[in-house]
Structure formats: C-alpha cells, structure tokens
Ligand binder design. Structure first.
Ligand code: 5AD
Ligand code: FES
Length: 330
C-alpha cells in the first residue's frame, strides 16, 4: 500500500516503471491468480442525451449514424456469445431513454435465462431503476467516475452533475451490485495529483472493478485538437490500482490496445485480469465510435474470441471458466 505522496512520486518518476509493472503483476497473481475473465460486450445503442466533451457519441455529433438494437436481436447476440463460452455479458449503451425501465427489465430477464452473469453499463439512472434492474437479475454495474477532480468533471460534462455520479455509485453499492468504476487518463488539464486521488477514491468506495484507459481525442468533439493520453501513464495508474486494491477485477481496456498494438497483453502483465471483447455484430461496430481507431471494428465476434484466447494462452495465462465474481467469491 502506498500513501498519496508515494503514489504521486511514482506517477511522476518513470525510472522505476519496470519495477512497478512487475510488482503489480505479482500482486495480481497472488490475489486473483492466473485466470483471465472474458466479458462479452454488447454495444446495443449509440444514442446518447449527454454532451461529454471527449466522447464521440455526444449528442452534438451529427456525423455518426445512430442505431438501436432491440430486445430480440440483443438476445440473439447474447446467445451467440454464450455459445462461444462467455460467462458474463456486458450491456453497454449511450444514455438512451428509449430503453425504459420495463424494456430493460425484459432484456435483463431474457439474458439471465442463459445462465450468465450480467453487467450493465448504461449510465446514470434513478435508485428505483437500479433496484428494478437488480431485482430482474443484473449482477454488476459499470459507471466510471471519469475523474474525481470536481472542476475538471464539470468542464468535461457540461450537462451533468458530479454529486449525482457519486449518488449512482452509492445506490448501486447499497443494492448489492458488484460495482465497477474507473477513470480516463490524459484529459486536458488533468493533474497527477488528481490521478492519485482517483486511485484513492476507488479504494474508498471499495470498487469491485476498475477500468482505466487513456483519453483518445475524437475529431468530432470539442477536444479534437488536444493531446492524447499517455499509454504508459494509463498503465501506471492501472498498476497502482492493482497494488492498492489487490483482489478486485481490472480489465485490460480496449483504449489501451488502440494506443499500443500489444496494449491488452501488456496490461494483463501489469496488473489486469479481465478482457472485455466485443461480441456485437460487425455491422454496428464502427458506429459505436466513442473514440477513433477503435480495434476490431471489422471483426466478427468469433474472430475476437479466438484472437484474445490465443493471446492469453501465449503468455501462459488461462481463460477462466467460472462467472468471475470479484474478491475470489464464487
Ligand atoms: N477516449 C478514451 N475513452 C473514452 N471514453 C469515452 N470517450 C473516450 C475517449 N475519447 C470512455 C469513458 C466511458 C467509457 C465507456 O469510454 O471513460 O466511461
Ligand atoms: Fe477482436 Fe483480436 S480481439 S480481433
């Protein structure tokens, strides 16, 4: 465990990176073992009411073609993922009110018929919605805090409220979800100190999962001319998160692979133990452009499953066959 000052010093000093990454790898192995959990990601709607400055799905972006996948097709996609061996399905979308409480409940119940763990990643909703989704069978929820720097948060999310984001995380915890959060690394004007605070925040709220990715500027957003985040800094924040929260689930994020062709494997060897391959049908993939140059946009679900399985085995790790709940509880 490190103090805030130690975390800041490590983030500022690149001379000990090799030590940091292998230490995080060791902590990962001791606490969550060699299994890598695969989560099949379904990007079911790219429609969003929000205006996050960094995100390509923001409502002001009129250049992307918007889509919604409805229940029956979502269930087909999920079933195919289950056939490929996935034991967790992640449903992700923009904040799209089309998916009412009742619609979501039907989709959740349908997916739970397949005997899989179910994660939702559909943004800010009311306590009542979260409760209804949990009762319908949802097991986990992902909602990144994005940054704990309140001023920066407000700049990045003009129509959102930091306190409501925290409220969501608290509600989800209360309702017994496994809660995933995380942050972006390399947002304009983000400080090293605030990244240290992000890590301490993950610990304070006892996150079950933490996803960390570099910021990648999208040409159709107000941040198009800003520098991209650093792959190495994102990896360092991830490695420190593993050291500070030894038994949680940490994904090797797709954004890391976008900046480095071997990014996910490097992440798996620096603290990560989860990968979230895309299982959405190929026709939708290019349209879910949160950031440019996303990987696998022309690939089929089967290709990604085979590709990532082979990569995981090539480094002497194993694809897990259980549901992959956090803290080793099965
Ligand atoms: N670069 C990197 N990650 C991004 N996200 C959104 N936009 C970008 C971007 N331009 C991340 C956010 C969100 C997750 C689904 O995608 O952190 O929580
Ligand atoms: Fe999609 Fe490798 S994970 S092709």
């Amino acid at each position: 465990m490190f103090s805030r000052k130690e975390i800041i010093d490590i983030l500022n000093d690149d001379s000990k990176n090799d030590w940091l990454f292998s230490y995080a790898d060791k902590i990962r192995k001791e606490n969550v073992g060699n299994d890598v959990h695969l989560r099949g990601l379904i990007e079911f709607s790219n429609i969003c009411k929000n205006s996050c400055k960094y995100c390509g799905l923001r409502k002001e972006n009129t250049t992307i073609e918007r889509y919604r996948i409805e229940k029956d097709e979502i269930l087909e996609i999920a079933k195919n993922a289950v056939t490929m061996g996935y034991r967790t399905i992640v449903l992700q979308s923009g904040e799209d009110a089309f998916y009412s409480t009742d619609k979501m409940i039907e989709i959740i119940k349908g997916i739970k018929e397949f005997d899989v763990a179910l994660t939702l990643s559909i943004g800010e909703r009311s306590f009542e919605d979260y409760k209804a989704f949990r009762q319908a069978g949802a097991d986990r929820y992902l909602i990144r805090i994005e940054t704990t720097d309140r001023k920066l948060y407000e700049k990045m999310h003009p129509d959102m409220d930091f306190d409501n984001r925290i409220r969501c995380l608290e509600d989800l915890k209360k309702l017994g979800y496994e809660v995933g959060t995380g942050c972006l690394v390399g947002l304009p004007n983000q400080t090293i100190e605030s990244l240290a605070d992000d890590i301490l925040f993950f610990k304070e709220i006892e996150a079950d999962m933490v996803g960390i990715g570099p910021f990648i500027p999208h040409p159709q957003t107000p941040l198009k001319d800003k520098d991209k985040g650093s792959f190495t800094l994102a990896l360092k924040v991830m490695a420190l998160t593993r050291i500070m929260l030894p038994d949680i689930n940490i994904p090797a994020t797709t954004a890391m692979e976008t900046l480095n062709p071997n990014g996910r494997i490097i992440a798996l060897q620096s603290g990560a133990n989860v990968v979230m391959p895309n299982v959405t049908s190929t026709q939708y993939r290019a349209k879910y452009e949160i950031y440019p140059n996303k990987i696998c946009i022309n690939d089929k679900p089967e290709k990604c499953r085979g590709c990532i399985g082979a990569k995981i085995e090539s480094i002497g790790r194993k694809v897990a066959t259980n549901y992959g709940f956090s803290h080793n509880k099965e």
